[in-house]
Ligand binder design. Structure first.
Ligand code: CP3
Length: 343
């Protein structure tokens, strides 16, 4: 079964002749069929919270490109939303969150009422699972506690290192309580996704790069270790992918402390470094620059070929270093897939 499924094969250390391929944000605005359903649904949350629609949007890119994996259509901000913090997606402004009322979310966490708001994603997973071919894997996901906290505390404008530092010194108690709560919720949510059909889970730590180096152990590693060990109590062999954006210099510490993790790389690391420093120890995923995918042309071909030449012989999942940009032409996506499949 695992050998039939390229992604699962690679995540357990296999080295198929051609790497599996999927793209971060493979469902989304660069696809006309997505834009059409998104308009019919009226809002992004309506898409996410209607299991049939979320399943349909998840499957759209697989129909078009026969990717080796589906990633369930949802958003990392479903967790703050489920915890009662108001989240909106304003056109061209990115996500907006109301000011955090810590006591209110603490109560919702204790009562566990947030779980009912996550059910539609679990149902969507079940629907997608029934519609996948054996060779396609299903990926569930969550934001990492730190990244969720940066959104919930509105910390992320312009890489605010200073505000992170001052928050850590002025309100250490609040930050650690919030992280503890989120660590618990993320672990439960990922376990539920595995129970409902996900073959793999991915943890997005997109704002890891703003954490001061001396606080990484506490804010990034500790929550991740807890989540992984909690998942493995229920699913000892569940493949887990971690994406820590702009912290590849910290990846060696993560590997030392957590075994059997697959690491996803952003586009700021050289493929040769990924091969020599990491691929000898763990499976790796990444890291084509989404700006090149948008741009196309010879440079895209060269960068894709380089990734295949350098990483293609080891345990490797072909992917981007970050999400597909909405203006990306679909023929560029097809071009990369053709290159990956013809090697
Ligand atoms: O195809 C997939 O990858 C699955 C779905 C998915 C979405 N968001 C859909 C989405 C996944 C895995 C995410 C993860 C996510 N969301 C991350 C982690 C990865 C990363 O990009 O670093 C983060 C930081 C978010 C938060 C978020 N949600 C942002 C920054 C935005 C974009 C806002 C904008 O308008 O550009 C969203 C909204 C969002 N999530 C969209 C999609 C397809 C676009 C909303 C729309 O269609 O109107």
């Amino acid at each position: 079964m695992i050998v039939d499924n390229k992604l699962l094969h690679v995540l357990s250390g296999g080295k198929p002749a051609k790497p599996p391929i999927w793209f971060m944000r493979q469902a989304g605005r660069y696809l006309s069929e997505y834009r059409q359903l998104r308009e019919q649904a009226g809002s992004f949350w309506n898409l996410c919270f209607t299991p049939e629609l979320a399943a349909e949007v998840t499957l759209q890119p697989l129909r078009r490109f026969d990717f080796d994996a589906a990633i369930i259509f949802s958003d990392i901000l479903i967790i703050p939303h489920a915890l009662g913090q108001h989240v909106e997606f304003l056109p061209n402004h990115g996500p907006w969150l109301e000011e955090l009322d810590f006591l209110a979310i603490f109560k919702i966490w204790q009562d566990q009422t947030y779980l009912s708001k996550l059910q539609s994603t679990l149902q969507a997973l079940q629907i997608v699972k029934q519609n996948l071919h054996l060779h396609q894997a299903l990926i569930g996901f969550s934001g990492a506690p730190w990244t969720l906290a940066t959104y919930m505390l509105n910390l992320r404008k312009a890489h605010q290192f200073e505000s992170v530092l001052s928050l850590l010194t002025t309100k250490p108690q609040e930050v650690s309580q919030l992280l503890e709560l989120l660590t618990d919720v993320v672990a439960i949510y990922l376990i539920e996704q595995l129970k409902n059909g996900a073959d793999v889970v991915k943890i997005f730590d997109s704002w890891a790069g703003v954490v001061p180096i001396e606080a990484r152990d506490e804010l990034l590693l500790k929550p991740l270790m807890k989540i992984v060990s909690q998942i493995r109590e229920t699913f000892p062999k569940a493949p887990i992918i971690y994406f820590g954006r702009e912290i590849s210099d910290y990846y060696p510490t993560i590997i030392k402390n957590i075994s059997n993790l697959t690491l996803a790389f952003d586009q700021f690391v050289e493929p040769i470094q990924i091969r020599d420093q990491f691929q000898t120890v763990i499976p790796v995923q990444g890291n084509l620059d989404p700006a090149l995918l948008l741009q196309g042309g010879d440079e895209l071909t060269r960068a894709t070929q380089n990734l295949l030449d350098v990483l293609g012989k080891g345990s490797y999942v072909f992917n981007l270093g970050h999400g597909i940009l909405p203006q990306t032409p679909v023929n560029h996506v097809q071009h990369v897939i053709d290159l990956v499949r013809q090697t």
